[in-house]
Write a protein that binds this ligand. Structure first.
Ligand SMILES: Cc1ncc(COP(=O)(O)O)c(C=O)c1O
Length: 478
């Protein structure tokens, strides 16, 4: 596996390596210990100021994606990870996860084409959209993708007509009161309707191989996983009564990825493990997968955007005690990306992005009520308001962290602009962990040794640094 890699010291310019296999043609800057992605960002901003560029851009720390993957394998040892591509369609993320042996959930033809273009085999792809366009079903069939979800008769009928040999996964609704991010009206069949759907599938000669559910973001009670896994068990039993040999359980996504949510992640995985052991004990012949989105990418992406317009407006506070002569100042700033582009999560996910200021300021500068807007002038294109910020200027850069999930890289820009460029980076230790995992992935005969395998010579040190024990390639799912 020839690679171009250079040692990068803190004072050196970042090195760019090109990895082979799934990571072909992906330029990744590998940063040495003590040289963080923040340093890389500083370097990029310096370059931008030298060249006069004001284009917004992302820095993606793929090392964080790798770290999340290893943490997941440790926290949910019986679960094979899949990635919900709609969460962030950037090629670098898809390539990195493919190289780690992750499977993919695709909701559209372009997502399917992207995953295929990276070289992922069809047995690692599931078509997960709740309402698949016929052309997508036909495309999936032409590509040999077999696994598809359904939660109603119409969807089942569409697949039966266009892809009769598909293997279906029945999507089950979750308790909406505890899972506000996933309303059951748009996703999942009720437990009551499952028997009828299974009978309909039988009448249509469709094979049903498993059950899925998805706990949406913002769930309030981790016991919703226990309830959903118990419900899935009931559907497996209904299926068995009808003669189906179901062997796949997909526990969906919803796992948080932000730094402050680590405790919630650990609590959730403990609950999931107990419920799996109770309802789908080891050796029961059911393969368990999860389809995670935000968990993998949220923290990894930092967005850097430029102020392209500024307006001073009087803050209308008649009679207020701090009213200054001539009114208190407030500022409206326009950025060169907005909710129709990389800040789409403001609308779709109700997020409130908070900027980090790039420029150095005098200590305790005066603060002004400020609002941030996108470039379109549309009154929906509001990114954030009511913030107390020092006075900023056109040309200043703002940095937004935790911007990986359901943001710009998730979609082509609605504003018609080119999506912001993404610079990929990762630490050397994470890069070496990927090489190690790829080595394992390329040696299938070693998969059999999973339970007894001694640690690889340098595996422990690398993965210890990443806070996890060594992991091995999951067996192919079916
Ligand atoms: C069916 C399904 N599975 C998985 C996901 C991924 O969810 P998350 O990004 O919260 O992990 C989604 C996201 O909407 C989904 O609809």
């Amino acid at each position: 596996m020839p690679q171009r890699k250079q040692r990068l010291e803190k004072q050196d310019p970042p090195s760019v390596v090109t990895m082979n296999g799934y990571l072909d043609e992906l330029d990744i800057t590998v940063v040495e210990e003590g040289f963080t992605t923040k340093d890389l960002l500083e370097g990029l901003l310096k370059e931008a100021s030298q060249s006069g560029s004001q284009e917004a851009f992302f820095v993606a720390d793929l090392g964080d994606v790798v770290k999340k993957h290893l943490r997941l394998l440790k926290a949910l040892p019986r679960v094979k990870p899949f990635y919900a591509v709609k969460c962030n369609r950037s090629k670098g993320v898809v390539q990195m996860l493919a190289s780690l042996g992750v499977g993919f959930g695709c909701t559209s033809k372009p997502e399917l084409a992207l995953v295929k273009s990276v070289g992922v085999s069809v047995d690692r792809i599931i078509c997960t959209g709740p309402c698949k366009q016929m052309s997508q079903i036909r495309y999936a069939a032409s590509q040999g993708v077999q696994l598809m979800t359904f939660d109603n008769e119409v969807e089942l009928g569409k697949v039966a007509r266009s892809h009769p040999t598909a293997r279906m996964i029945l999507s089950l609704a979750t308790d909406e009161s505890k899972s506000p991010g996933c309303p059951s009206v748009t996703f999942g069949a009720t437990l009551k309707s499952c028997r009828h759907l299974l009978e309909t599938a039988k009448d249509m000669n469709m094979e049903v191989v498993g059950v899925s559910f998805h706990i949406g973001r913002g769930f309030t009670d981790t016991q919703i996983f226990t309830q959903s896994i118990a419900d899935a068990r009931l559907v497996f039993e209904m299926g068995a009564e009808l003669g189906y040999k179901m062997r796949l359980l997909d526990i969906g996504g919803g796992f948080p990825g932000a730094k402050e949510a680590k405790g919630c992640f650990e609590e959730t995985t403990t609950v999931v493990n107990s419920a799996l052991d109770l309802y789908f004990p080891e050796g029961c012949g059911v393969e368990i997968i999860a389809e995670l989105g935000r968990y993998y990418v949220d923290l990894a992406f930092t967005f850097v955007v430029n102020i392209v317009g500024k307006k001073e407006v009087p803050l209308d506070q008649p009679g207020s005690d701090d009213e200054e002569p001539g009114g208190k100042k407030s500022f409206v700033y326009h950025l060169n990306d907005g909710v129709y582009g990389s800040f789409s999560s403001v609308i779709f996910n109700n997020t409130c992005p908070v900027p980090v200021l790039h420029k150095k300021l005098s200590p305790d500068p005066p603060l002004y009520n400020s609002s941030l807007w996108g470039p379109t002038g549309d009154n929906l294109d509001r990114i954030a308001e009511g913030m107390e910020l020092p006075e900023l200027h056109v040309g200043d850069w703002l940095i937004f962290e935790t911007m990986g999930a359901y943001t710009g890289p998730a979609s082509s820009s609605l504003s018609g602009e080119q999506p912001a460029r993404i610079y990929y980076a990762m630490s050397r230790v994470a890069w070496e962990a990927v090489q190690l995992l790829q080595g394992k992935l390329l040696l299938p005969e070693e998969e059999d040794q999973e339970s007894t395998c001694a640690p690889l010579s340098c595996g422990w040190e690398i993965t210890e640094t990443l806070c996890v024990t060594p992991v091995f390639a999951p067996a192919s799912i079916m």
